[in-house]
Design a protein around this ligand. Structure first.
Ligand SMILES: [Mn+2]
Length: 365
């Protein structure tokens, strides 16, 4: 294809001629050189922004230099040589710096702690969609929805040093064979699916499932099961069963504390959790500072969690971010009667020892 020794003057002459005379043919005629030779010069002059396709003929816009038409001739002009293509690509990519490879950790990041909140799962609740306006709900539906949500949110969670499976109360919907919540004085009869042992079993199973998933991401985990107003007795039973099932597993510690509060320290982070039916989010920061003053003093980032209200809410208080944890449970007749509604979701929360909250992978069910 043409002379390899095209001078800068010849290139400029070709560009100027096309601009002046409007078409390649006219420019070639005026310059007194064959059209194909002129076209070759023009292509070389424009190299860098005009791709050349072997076996095709291209009509360029004289004004802009962009392609107007391409004829697939199957013959005719040749494209640039392999060396020319290599050269132009090399020049174009001269300043491109590939990003560093992401750190592929096998072990968990030693500075990261993750929380798998299980707030208000209300295992054993039964709902009739026509009545509530939400989905039909029973133990089977809940188990499947929760397992899928946990799978998805865990897949979004990085590898961590420590994981906390934090059951923030109301894991089970009823607390006895009488289909009531914990306090008999309230006579609060709830809509249940199945007999009490079935509810207890499903409650244990979903905590075990979350723990197994967390173990896929963490070097070791803590399992914390706090009671709520629905399951004051059942939470104790679940805690004992889960502790027995993980007995001897060095990667798992199941808290046996009977307290309604969870306290934890991770580097400069302090955590607190209680169900939220008794202490509320406005009193919690002061109680946290008073009850755990030394942990408070050692830490810089502080997080308090409650459940109970079935909606996500974050309030920033001096020294503490207080969060109401969202729930993945469907509304029951009580919730829909009172018009309580919020997106159903699973989250995990990832905290750095020195930097506090890093991210909150979230799955909306
Ligand atoms: Mn509650």
């Amino acid at each position: 294809m043409g002379s390899p020794h095209l001078t800068e003057n010849q290139k400029q002459e070709a560009l100027d001629a096309v601009e002046k005379y409007g078409t390649i043919s006219a420019a070639a005629r005026v310059l007194g050189i064959p059209r194909t030779t002129f076209q070759d010069r023009l292509i070389r002059a424009k190299q860098g922004f005009c791709p050349i396709i072997p076996g095709k003929s291209i009509l360029y816009n004289a004004e802009t230099g962009s392609e107007k038409l391409i004829w697939a001739t199957g013959k005719g002009m040749q494209g640039p040589t392999v060396e020319e293509i290599t050269d132009s690509v090399t020049v174009a990519l001269r300043d491109f710096k590939p990003p560093k490879l992401l750190k592929q950790t096998v072990a968990g990041d030693k500075d990261l702690l993750g929380i798998w909140p299980l707030a208000d799962l209300h295992m054993g609740m039964r709902a009739w969609g026509l009545e509530t306006g939400g989905p039909d709900w029973d133990i089977g539906i809940a188990t499947q929805a929760y397992q899928e949500g946990l799978d998805e949110v865990t897949a979004m969670t990085p590898k961590l040093k420590v994981g906390v499976v934090l059951v923030a109360g109301d894991l089970a919907h009823a607390d006895n064979y009488h289909q009531t919540t914990t306090n008999p004085a309230t006579h609060h009869i709830v809509d249940v699916d199945g007999r009490y042992p079935k509810m207890l079993e499903a409650s244990v199973e979903i905590v075990m499932y979350a723990a197994m998933r967390a173990l896929e991401r963490c070097e070791r985990i803590e399992v914390v099961i706090l009671p709520g107003n629905h399951d004051g007795a059942t939470a104790v039973a679940v805690r004992l069963v889960v502790a027995a099932l993980f007995e001897g597993d060095k990667r798992v510690n199941v808290s046996k504390s009977p307290s309604r509060y969870w306290w934890y320290e991770w580097g400069k982070c302090m955590f607190a959790c209680t169900h939220g039916d008794k202490n509320n989010i406005r009193r919690l920061p002061g109680y946290m500072a008073d009850q755990m003053c030394e942990m408070w003093g050692r830490t810089k980032y502080r997080y308090a969690f409650t459940g109970h209200f079935h909606k996500k809410l974050i309030e920033e208080h001096p020294g503490v971010r207080v969060e109401i944890l969202p729930t993945p449970v469907a509304p029951d007749s009580f919730s829909s009667d009172y018009g309580f509604k919020a997106p159903r979701m699973f989250e995990t929360k990832v905290y750095h020892k020195e930097r506090g909250l890093r991210h909150t992978p979230t799955v909306i069910l």
